[in-house]
Design a protein around this ligand. Structure first.
Ligand code: ARG
Length: 400
């Protein structure tokens, strides 16, 4: 019996060609696995296509809920944004797909898994490292990294073996989508001076065409997790989808990022992530209200470390799990509501409240009711400034 490989299958050109190429080159039986994390329009058509091309078996799984609950929301609670800009949609999807590839390989008694990544990007690293962490015994095959075909040659290969070529092949862009965001690269975007043409966007209106009237929404959080929208309790997937709709309509969530890939390349990426942009901002606004200054300052360092781990393919590392434990603990009082205003591409925090708010009106106000003891300030400042006064006296050339 031929050995088996489980291929992560999107239905696009590369992974379709990979079915034929794996059979021909490795003489393996191919089982395809299509994972829906909010990117797939017609699961059964993709399944049929894989079978027509020659897959022995074509599996599909709806993993939207696990994606949101086990990957996206922990990253949201962490406040993970790569280089201050990219909410990590693609990067968060990869470890989940890797996990499902491994589960399937075990069920199917396959000896290898395969993915459609090239050798230049971050995604190959995320797949390979995640599979190695979960199932070191499995071989990982990346046909597009091995076959050394240009795009034209890949198309010619498809024609030769009667593999249907998707209409999207005429598009110059490489696109990856899931519930947390849409990543667009290639074509004219490779010139960082070129403004992204309107055609690259499909989830967000341009700010010019967004309504002149603002849209409002109130997001409820329970221990750092979004649980309601405008007072209505909803599950995670629904909340993300509904925020996506409204924010996208107001042109919120477009990101233009020249980012540093793990493999050393600077690359210009366009993202559309309306729900991520709104939720990350709202979550931060609530933390600003309920966490102490020290917790907030420390947590922002954790956020940047956490984002790097996700970006660099280290989801299944011990350090990522340790940081996740810290993040969970930090969310004990992140409960409350945030009011968000959406207007012409911008997302503003319009208000926030929490039963655990540390904001004390009596301490903050300049009006009547001021409870802050101003007479204690000079003594505090005297001690606070002591080291500066001491130093300035001894080292007179210090200022400038
Ligand atoms: N640069 C992003 C990342 O590394 C997005 C990659 C998107 N992939 C794609 N095929 N367009 O996470």
């Amino acid at each position: 019996m031929a050995r088996k490989v489980v291929l992560a299958y999107s239905g696009g050109l590369d992974t379709s060609v990979a079915i034929g190429w794996l059979k021909e080159t490795y003489k393996m039986e191919v089982v395809t696995l299509t994972v829906d994390i909010g990117n797939v329009t017609d699961l059964s058509a993709i399944r049929q296509k894989a079978l027509n091309i020659g897959a022995r078996k074509a599996l599909v799984v709806d993993a939207k809920e696990s994606f949101i609950n086990a990957f996206v929301f922990p990253a949201l609670q962490a406040g993970a944004i790569y280089e201050g800009q990219y909410p990590l949609a693609t990067a968060l999807g990869r470890p989940l797909i890797a996990q499902l590839l491994v589960d399937t390989a075990r069920k199917e008694r396959a000896t290898a898994v395969a993915h459609g990544c090239t050798g230049k990007g971050n995604d190959q690293v995320r797949f390979d490292v995640s599979v190695a962490a979960l199932a070191p015994e499995l071989k990982v095959i990346a046909p597009a990294r091995e076959w050394k075909m240009t795009r034209e040659e890949t198309i010619a290969y498809a024609e030769r073996y009667d593999i249907p070529i998707p209409v999207t092949v005429s598009s110059p862009y490489s696109i990856d989508e899931n519930l947390w965001g849409r990543s667009i690269e290639c074509g004219v975007l490779e010139d960082p001076w070129a403004e992204p043409p309107e055609e690259v966007f499909s989830w967000t209106r341009s700010p010019e065409e967004a309504p002149d009237e603002p849209g409002y929404m109130t997001i409820g959080f329970d221990k750092g997790l979004p649980v309601s929208l405008d007072g209505e309790r909803l599950d995670g997937v629904m909340i993300v989808q509904q925020i996506h709709e409204l924010a996208g309509k107001h042109g919120v969530g477009r990101i233009d990022h020249v980012e540093n890939r793990l493999v050393g390349i600077k690359s210009r990426e366009i993202y559309e992530a309306p729900a991520a942009v709104v939720l990350l901002k709202a979550h931060q606004a609530l933390e600003d209200l309920v966490l102490s200054k020290d917790q907030l300052h420390f947590k922002s360092k954790v956020a940047s470390e956490y984002a790097d781990l996700i970006y660099n393919g280290l989801w299944f590392s011990g350090l990522r799990q340790d940081l996740a434990a810290y993040v969970r603990s930090s969310q004990r009082y992140v409960t409350g509501e945030v009011k968000v205003k959406l207007l012409k591409g911008n997302c503003y925090i319009a208000g926030r409240k929490s039963p655990y708010s540390l904001y004390d009106y009596g301490l903050a106000t300049y009006d009547k009711g001021d409870a802050f003891d101003q007479s204690a300030s000079p003594g505090f400042i005297h001690i606070w400034g002591l080291p500066v006064r001491t130093q300035a006296q001894v080292q007179r050339d210090l200022p400038e």
